[in-house]
Design a protein around this ligand. Structure first.
Ligand SMILES: [Zn+2]
Ligand SMILES: [Zn+2]
Length: 318
């Protein structure tokens, strides 16, 4: 079977590899759709995410859908926590220090034709949910978790700074969770248009307006600063984005004067069923975020599209 491995920064290579073998708690799955994530671009550009470094040639890909060897269409949860530690036993599995995560560290991901993955991580999807929709449940889960951390109240105004796929999904989820208005900001006009296409409740942040809850979905220092400038005194800023140089910086006086609470977000916690419900009911539109679809053989070109931030979400179809 065909697989795509990252050997070093900027060095992606195709390989012909043996079929994986499923262990007792695993199922063999044929990968049908893989989303390219901003975190994959960190791996590609830097050979690392923060202090997690490339240890050996790694198969990227953690946003994905598949068909099991028995023909069942599934979305796949990329996180495999240990199930035994204090975090796993207290409903905080996303914080498990022993977690294996597809396409991260030494755990191969989904940019290949077949993989063996724990059966309990496979979430059956109905026919109304496409393979690409299924792959989008992962970033949607991240957005759901981020909005929960922001503690959005009904009728409140939410600021979203940075409109990659996560930011675009956060804007929609904030609305579902009751936000009256969502103010958005991104330097790229096509991303602003995508966010505003959902209705008049999404408006551009004018650089001055105050919001009740603010989320940085870019990791860029400018976006973090805007989020802190926009949020109300005593408010909460959720940092969802991943900074390029593993440093988050902001002007301390603004944050101190307002006595802000800074909440960092890590992946997601138990959000797959909620994500599936939001997509299946049409309350969140993931399809409009998918701007490009390429085959596995064209995946390197797909990474180029994502790196140049030309579209929104690039999906690879192995
Ligand atoms: Zn991701
Ligand atoms: Zn654990």
């Amino acid at each position: 079977m065909k697989a795509l491995r990252l050997h070093a920064p900027g060095d992606l290579r195709f390989h012909e590899e043996p079929m994986p073998v499923a262990q007792a708690d695993e199922t063999l799955i044929r990968v049908t759709a893989v989303g390219i994530c901003g975190s994959d671009l960190h791996w590609l550009g830097e050979g690392a995410i923060g202090d997690a470094k490339l240890a050996r040639p790694l198969i990227l890909g953690h946003e994905f859908a598949a068909v099991t060897e028995y023909g069942v269409r599934v979305a796949v949860d990329p996180a495999v926590p240990c199930e035994h530690c204090e975090y796993c036993r207290s409903n905080r599995k996303h914080l498990c220090p022993e977690t294996r995560f597809a396409g991260h560290g030494s755990c191969d991901g989904s940019l290949r034709e077949w993989m063996a993955w724990p059966t309990r991580n496979l979430i059956p999807i109905p026919d109304s949910v496409s393979a690409a929709d299924g792959a989008m449940l992962e970033p949607l889960g991240v957005a759901i978790h981020a909005v929960r951390l922001a503690q959005v109240q009904p009728g409140s105004t939410v600021g979203v700074f940075g409109l990659g796929s996560i930011g675009l999904l956060v804007a929609q989820v904030a609305r579902v969770e009751g936000a009256g208005r969502v103010l958005v900001h991104d330097p790229l006009p096509h991303r602003m248009r995508a966010a505003q296409s959902h209705g008049p409740w999404v408006q551009p942040w004018d650089g001055h307006a105050c919001v009740n809850h603010a989320l940085d979905c870019s990791g860029n220092a400018g976006a973090v600063q805007d989020a802190m400038a926009a949020v109300e005194t005593g408010g909460r800023v959720v940092l969802v984005g991943i900074p390029d140089d593993d440093r988050t910086t902001f002007v301390a006086s603004v944050a101190r004067r307002k006595e802000l609470t800074i909440q960092l977000a890590r992946r997601m916690n138990e959000t797959y069923l909620r994500a599936l419900e939001l997509v299946n009911s049409g309350r969140v539109d993931v399809r409009s975020i998918v701007s490009h679809s390429v085959s596995l053989g064209e995946a390197i070109r797909g990474f180029g599209i994502a790196q140049h931030r030309q579209g929104l979400k690039v999906i690879v179809n192995p």
